[in-house]
Ligand binder design. Structure first.
Ligand SMILES: Cc1cc2nc3c(=O)[nH]c(=O)nc-3n(C[C@H](O)[C@H](O)[C@H](O)COP(=O)(O)OP(=O)(O)OC[C@H]3O[C@@H](n4cnc5c(N)ncnc54)[C@H](O)[C@@H]3O)c2cc1C
Length: 395
């Protein structure tokens, strides 16, 4: 049989159908409520856990599906089609940015205590890197963890933390050897209900359904067994997983842009001006051709980068390019699409309005466009190369 895709099989197509049905039936109808309340109920995580969506890439030993990466790509594409950047972020941060560290480098005990309930959707996870005084420069974080007997004592603050307000635990980046820069950072799991933690919900421009918090840690005691992997290796674990994080962002940006295009095409076929459907005006048709081309070209590059990633390659340059290009592309696409809705594009009842707000943060969160360009320039101009953290540190 002739295959229609280099990457996806019939099984992926069937899986896509089931996720799409779930998103259309159980997520999209909740949009207004969740966006207005600025909160997603815990129950939807449990539902997704029951459906097996929260453990796609993880080992069956811990309740995961052990599915190949293309199932995750399908899942993320369909997730973004809910049209709520906030919901898509909450789920993707949980599954692909917070608990993946535990799956990759955590002890069996940590996996049992946190990965298993997270895959079931019983516990919601956050990832804490950014601090009030530093975001792009991860080496400058100041939140510290000092060893005291068989516990770490954590003090400091994190900000802009997705799932930080209502989440149950956080994969936290801390300085365990402050004088050692990048060689003094560790990752550990912290229960967000621990004594000494205070959380403040932040009021955002978009991504309303996702909760974002500033979290303060005042002498918070955490069992030493909550350390993920090796002490002082946290920076390298983070850098390695940033590839996945950026791919996830890129996959969802392309899908989000495509959804905006679909809404716009429908509108162009309905709305009339000067006695014709507005989709008949050549000025609009050519812009739509540009938008469709931008999306398709981006999609193929992202798929290729996903494929390199599945081959176990260290694809720092390509992942950075994918994140840079798709987040900037999504912003351009949504802006163009909104224009064709005329005044209605500015009205909250129209999802393109939300898409415009939601797309804005794409070039900031998960590494800004400027930082992506820095990384790409280092590879292209200075011949910097990267190794996987499990093989060794940056050359
Ligand atoms: C809605 C939202 C959700 C988020 N979720 C999370 C989360 O779950 N967990 C988490 O840890 N973080 C999260 N973040 C934080 C996000 O990753 C950071 O905001 C981002 O990395 C930028 O850091 P910063 O805000 O401190 O900006 P800064 O680092 O202060 O940068 C400010 C400006 O300076 C530019 N700049 C900095 N360094 C350079 C340079 N070397 N060259 C050129 N320009 C430079 C930046 O590009 C930017 O334009 C989230 C942010 C938002 C807005």
């Amino acid at each position: 049989m002739k295959r229609s895709s280099l990457y996806f099989t019939e099984d992926h197509a069937l899986f896509r159908q089931s996720v799409r049905q779930f998103i259309d039936q159980e997520i999209v109808p909740q949009t207004e409520e969740w966006e207005t309340k600025r909160r997603i109920p815990h129950s939807i995580f449990r539902r997704m856990g029951d459906l097996g969506y929260l453990g796609l890439p993880f080992s069956e030993e811990y309740g995961g599906a052990g599915a190949d990466f293309w199932f995750s790509v399908v899942f993320l594409e369909e997730l973004a089609r809910c049209g709520m950047g906030g919901f898509a972020t909450a789920v993707s941060v949980h599954e692909y940015m917070a608990i993946n560290h535990i799956a990759k480098a955590g002890s069996t005990d940590l996996k049992q205590r946190y990965l298993v309930p997270a895959i079931k959707g019983e516990k919601i996870a956050a990832l804490g890197i950014t601090e009030p005084d530093t975001g792009s420069d991860v080496s400058a974080i100041r939140t510290s963890a000092r060893l005291d007997g068989d516990e770490y004592v954590i003090s400091g603050a994190k900000t802009f933390i997705s799932n930080g307000t209502y989440g149950d635990f956080i994969t936290l980046a801390v300085k365990t050897k402050p004088e050692a820069g990048t060689n003094g950072i560790s990752l550990m799991v912290v229960d967000l209900e621990s004594a000494g933690i205070s959380r403040t919900k932040l009021n955002k421009m978009g991504w309303h359904s996702s909760d974002t918090a500033e979290i303060r840690f005042d002498e918070v005691r955490v069992p030493a067994t909550n350390l993920i992997g090796m002490q002082h290796m946290g920076f390298y674990y983070l850098m390695e997983s940033l590839q996945l994080e950026r791919l996830v962002a890129a996959v969802m940006a392309v899908s989000g842009a495509e959804l905006a295009l679909e809404w716009t095409l429908n509108y162009l076929h309905e709305r009339e001006a000067f006695g014709r459907k507005i989709g008949m005006f050549q000025a609009i048709r050519h812009k739509i051709a540009d938008v469709a081309t931008e999306i398709e070209v981006a999609r193929q590059f992202v798929y290729h980068t996903c494929w390199l990633f599945t081959q176990g390659e260290v694809v720092v340059k390509e992942c950075s390019m994918a994140k840079l290009h798709t987040s900037e592309m999504q912003k351009r696409v949504v802006d163009t699409c909104l224009q064709f809705f005329g005044g209605y594009g500015y009205i909250e009842d129209y999802p393109i309005c939300r898409a415009y707000r939601d797309a804005r943060v794409g070039t900031i969160a998960g590494g800004t466009s400027e930082i992506m360009r820095e990384i790409i320039a280092k590879v292209v101009m200075d011949a910097v190369t990267y190794k996987g953290v499990y093989e060794g540190r940056k050359e």
